[in-house]
Design a binder for this molecule. Structure first.
Ligand code: NAP
Length: 269
C-alpha cells in the first residue's frame, strides 16, 4: 500500500450517498452511483457502509454492475424494510434469524464483511443478537461484527467471548460525545469508526466560509486522531472522493487551523 492509498483506506463511503432522503440533492442516478463507487475503489476507499435497506439494494446493484464485489468491505446495519412502508427509512430493529439471508440477497453477495449491530440498551436482546452474529460468522455469512451508535455503557455490557471487533459512532469537531466511548473501545482493543465528519454537510453550510477549506479542516480534525481508525463520509459527487483523500493525507491540523476551527465552533457550535 503506498502512502496515499493507505490514507484513503482510512475513509469509508457512507450509504446515505445513494438515497434521496438524507441529502440536499436528488438521488444520484444509477450511472452516477456506479461512478462514485468505482472512483472510491480506484482511490483505495474500500469500506462501503450501508445503513437503510435501500442502501444495501443500491450497493448490491452497483457492485454487481461493476463486478468489483471482492474489492469492497461491506458494512451493513440492522435497518430493514417494514411491510407496506417500503419507501420509508424505517428505524432499526434487533436482528432475528431470518435477517442475514435478507441482507445477503439485497446486497447480492454471500457474506457481510462487517455486520453492525445497532446499540441496544436491553442486555438480554443485545446478547441474543451477539449470539446470532456469532452463529452467522460460524456459517461464513459474516466476517466481523461491530456495535453501532455505541456508548461506553454498551461496551461494559458485552459478555465474555463476544465477537465485536469494531465500534461506530458519530464523532466530529462539533460532536465529541463519543470521545470516552472511543477511549474505552481502544482500551479493549477494538477499532473505532467515526461517522458524520460534516454532520450531513449542514456544518459546511452553516460556517459559511470557503467550503473547500472548511471540509478540509473538519475532516482532518477527526481523521488525524490516533484513536480514530476510519472515518465514514457521505459523498454524492465523485469530485469529493479525491478532495477528501487529499485532506486525510495532509495529516493533523496546524495551530493556526485549530484556532480557526475554534472560532467556527464558538460561532455555530
Ligand atoms: N449520522 C448518523 O447518525 C449516522 C448513523 C448511521 C450511519 N451513518 C453513516 O455515516 C455516513 C456519513 O454521515 P452523514 O450522512 O451524517 O454525512 P457527512 O459525511 O457528515 O456529510 C455528508 C455531506 O457532506 C458533503 N461532502 C462530503 N465531502 C465534501 C467535500 N469535500 N466538500 C464539500 N462537501 C462534501 C456531501 O455532499 P454531497 O451531497 O454534495 O456529496 C454530503 O452532503 C452516512 O452515510 C452513514 O453511512 C451516520
Amino acid at each position: 500500500m503506498n502512502q496515499t492509498s493507505s490514507m484513503a483506506w482510512k475513509l469509508g463511503l457512507g450509504g446515505h450517498s445513494y438515497i434521496e432522503q438524507l441529502g440536499n440533492d436528488p438521488r444520484p442516478s444509477f450511472k452516477e452511483q456506479c461512478e462514485l463507487v468505482a472512483t472510491c475503489l480506484d482511490a483505495g476507499i474500500t469500506l462501503l457502509d450501508t445503513t437503510y435497506y435501500q442502501e444495501r439494494v443500491a450497493l448490491g446493484r452497483v457492485l454487481r454492475e461493476l463486478g468489483r464485489r471482492e474489492e469492497a468491505e461491506i458494512a451493513a446495519w440492522n435497518f430493514f424494510a417494514h411491510a407496506g412502508r417500503e419507501d420509508d427509512l424505517a428505524p432499526w430493529t434487533p436482528y432475528e434469524p431470518q435477517h442475514i439471508d435478507i441482507m445477503l440477497s439485497e446486497l447480492q453477495t454471500d457474506r457481510v464483511d462487517l455486520l453492525v449491530i445497532h446499540a441496544e440498551d436491553d442486555e438480554a436482546t443485545l446478547h441474543r443478537e451477539l449470539d446470532l452474529a456469532a452463529s452467522w460468522m460460524h456459517a461464513g455469512k459474516v466476517m466481523r461484527v461491530a456495535l453501532g451508535m455505541v456508548e461506553a455503557g454498551h461496551l461494559h455490557s458485552l459478555p465474555e467471548g463476544h465477537p465485536v471487533t469494531h465500534v461506530f459512532a458519530p464523532y466530529n469537531a462539533f460532536n465529541r460525545e463519543a470521545l470516552s466511548t472511543f477511549s474505552e473501545a481502544k482500551r479493549r482493543g477494538l477499532s473505532n469508526i467515526a461517522m458524520s465528519p460534516f454532520i450531513r454537510g449542514w456544518k459546511l453550510d452553516e460556517i459559511g466560509e470557503d467550503k473547500a477549506l472548511v471540509s478540509d479542516i473538519l475532516l482532518r480534525w477527526v481523521a488525524a486522531q490516533d484513536m480514530v481508525d476510519r472515518v465514514v463520509v457521505s459523498m454524492r459527487k465523485t469530485e469529493w472522493v479525491h478532495v477528501n483523500v487529499r485532506s486525510v493525507a495532509r495529516g493533523p491540523l496546524s495551530e493556526e487551523e485549530r484556532a480557526r476551527l475554534g472560532v467556527w465552533i464558538d460561532r455555530v457550535g
